[in-house]
Each structure stands twice: as structure tokens, then as C-alpha cells.
Design a protein around this ligand. Structure first.
Ligand code: C2E
Ligand code: CA
Ligand code: CA
Ligand code: CA
Length: 275
């Protein structure tokens, strides 16, 4: 009992304290990164079955002074615990609209951004989207918002109302990581949606008959509900073949393109038409 007690003291506590300190440091760094413009968006193209670019997803990147490129998987959850996520979300929104402004619809038909549940839950979220779209002058249907099932759990009717207002503005609405969370088929019918995104965790395990069946089901549901379906995390031609054979027509993954800087994106898009 004595050794146990001691090991608890020497291993547990210090590591917890280090973790707390690490998070505090990261949070204040992130706040500074927003102020100092150390964030950027990278853009991962989405393609059709012929490899033609039909859109892109904006993915946040943070160049940290000492730690190098910090993954959003690491700092988004942290930002979500504070109001930082709202600032971050507004920054992403503005930047995405600038990208759409810079690349006309023939070159980049549409761009998707990730919306955090907390940002979506803000009372002025819809106004914020309306203002960003309005002041940039882009066609609203070129901007897609990727929502996770998390936004629907707490307050479904409130979320549905907000989504209707967003559709009134004209932006596209997608459910991201579909099937990973608490997906309930019953709510899907009630949502004014345009698209479902199949999470890469399913695409990468297509050898597993359960995952293959889930993917087939998601594609079938989206066809029944007349929604677009995008498969993310496509890395191999086998995955592409399975997805295509089952009716998926939109793909995103390293097999086609990695997330690209803005200028690299502009280079892989069709040349601008100066006529
Ligand atoms: P997500 O929305 O599921 O985004 C797709 C992730 O899959 C991206 O990771 C992308 O780089 C990665 N990916 C794409 N194709 C492949 C592939 O073929 N193979 C593999 N292994 N990975 C692939 P990333 O950029 O690290 O982003 C991680 C997550 O962070 C995103 O997952 C999203 O939930 C969140 N995130 C990224 N940007 C933002 C943002 O601006 N706002 C918010 N709220 N969340 C963001
Ligand atoms: Ca996404
Ligand atoms: Ca995903
Ligand atoms: Ca599995």
C-alpha cells in the first residue's frame, strides 16, 4: 500500500500539473497566434470520379514559433473550451470568403469550412455568416458549413431553426463525420441539409465488412434523401473503386490531393479565364 501511495504521488501529480501548464501555455500562445496572424488556412480539393476539382475544404494550420506546425486536432479542442473558438471561427470564416472572392466560381465552385458546435451555438452565429457572405459579395451557395452531429444533440429544434435561417441566406449545409457520433436516422429527415460527409475512419477500414456496410448505408441514405455525399480520407484506388461502385461521386483524400496552401491550390485549379 505504501509503494502504491508513493507512486501515485510521484507519477500522477507532477504529470497532471505539467499537463495543466502545457495547456495554459498553449492557450495563451494560441491567443497570440490569432493576433499575430500566425494561422493560415490550407485547402484540400474535393474531386469527382474523373479527378476534376469540384470544391475544397478549408483546414486550419498554426505555425508555432518553437513547436512547428501544430495540428488542429490538438488546438481546436483546447480552443473549444474557451471563447477562443468563436474568434477562431470568425477568422476562418473571413479567410474562407476571401479565398472564394479570389478564385471565381468556374475555378473553385465551392469551399467548405468546419464549424465548431460552440460557435454555431452563439446567438449571433447566423448574423455573422450573413455579414461575412454579404460583405465579400460571394454567391452564398459557394460557401458550405460543415456541422458535426454535436450541434444537434443538446437542442435539436433550436439547431433546425438556425439551419433554416442559414438556408434562407443560401449557404450549403453538410453533416461532417457522419456515422461517428450519435447519428440518428430520424432527425436527418428534419434537417435542411445539402450533404453528408463520410468520416475517414470508415473509408480507411473498408476491409472490415462492418465498415464497408456502414459506408454503403450512408451512401444509400444520402441518395434516398437526395443529398450529396463526400467520402473523406481516400488514400488508395481500391477505396476509390469501392466508393464509386456504391454510388459515391465526390472524394477527398491524399490519393488525389493533400491539403494545399492557397497558392498551391491556385496552381492545381484550371487556369483563370481572362476573356
Ligand atoms: P475533419 O473535418 O474530419 O478534416 C479532415 C481531416 O482529414 C484533415 O485533418 C485532413 O488533413 C485529413 N485528411 C484528409 N485526407 C486524408 C487522407 O487521405 N488520409 C489521412 N490520413 N488524413 C486525411 P486536419 O487538417 O489535421 O484536421 C483535423 C480536424 O481538425 C478536422 O477534421 C476538423 O475536425 C478540425 N478542424 C480543422 N480545421 C478546422 C477549423 O477551421 N475549424 C474547426 N472548428 N475545426 C477544424
Ligand atoms: Ca470537416
Ligand atoms: Ca472526419
Ligand atoms: Ca472497424
Amino acid at each position: 500500500a505504501k509503494t502504491q501511495g508513493r507512486s501515485r504521488v510521484c507519477c500522477y501529480q507532477p504529470s497532471m500539473q505539467i499537463e495543466v501548464e502545457r495547456r495554459l501555455a498553449l492557450e495563451s500562445d494560441l491567443r497570440r497566434a490569432i493576433e499575430d496572424d500566425r494561422l493560415s488556412l490550407h485547402y484540400q480539393p474535393q474531386v469527382d470520379a474523373y479527378g476534376v476539382i469540384v470544391g475544397a475544404e478549408a483546414l486550419l494550420r498554426w505555425e508555432h514559433e518553437t513547436r512547428g506546425s501544430v495540428s488542429p486536432a490538438e488546438f481546436i479542442p483546447l480552443a473549444e473550451e474557451s471563447n477562443l473558438i468563436v474568434e477562431l471561427g470568425e477568422w476562418v470564416l473571413r479567410e474562407a470568403c476571401r479565398c472564394l472572392q479570389a478564385l471565381d466560381a468556374e475555378r473553385l465552385p465551392r469551399l467548405s469550412i468546419n464549424i465548431s458546435p460552440r460557435h454555431f451555438g452563439e446567438s449571433d452565429f447566423v448574423t455573422c455568416i450573413e455579414r461575412a457572405v454579404g460583405s465579400s459579395g460571394i454567391a452564398p451557395e459557394r460557401l458550405f458549413l460543415e456541422l458535426t452531429e454535436g450541434v444537434l444533440i443538446d437542442h435539436l429544434q433550436g439547431a433546425v431553426d438556425k439551419m433554416r435561417e442559414l438556408k434562407r441566406i443560401g449557404v450549403g449545409l453538410a453533416i461532417d463525420d457522419f456515422g461517428v457520433g450519435y447519428s440518428s436516422l430520424s432527425y436527418l429527415r428534419r434537417l435542411p441539409l445539402d450533404e453528408l460527409k463520410i468520416d475517414r475512419s470508415f473509408v480507411q477500414e473498408l476491409d472490415d465488412p462492418n465498415d464497408a456496410a456502414i459506408v454503403q448505408t450512408i451512401i444509400a441514405i444520402s441518395q434516398h434523401l437526395a443529398l450529396d455525399v463526400v467520402a473523406e480520407g481516400v488514400e488508395t484506388d481500391d477505396q476509390l473503386a469501392f466508393l464509386s461502385a456504391n454510388g459515391c461521386e465526390r472524394f477527398q483524400g491524399f490519393f488525389f490531393h493533400r491539403p494545399l496552401t492557397f497558392s498551391a491550390l491556385a496552381r492545381v485549379l484550371p487556369a483563370p479565364n481572362y476573356m
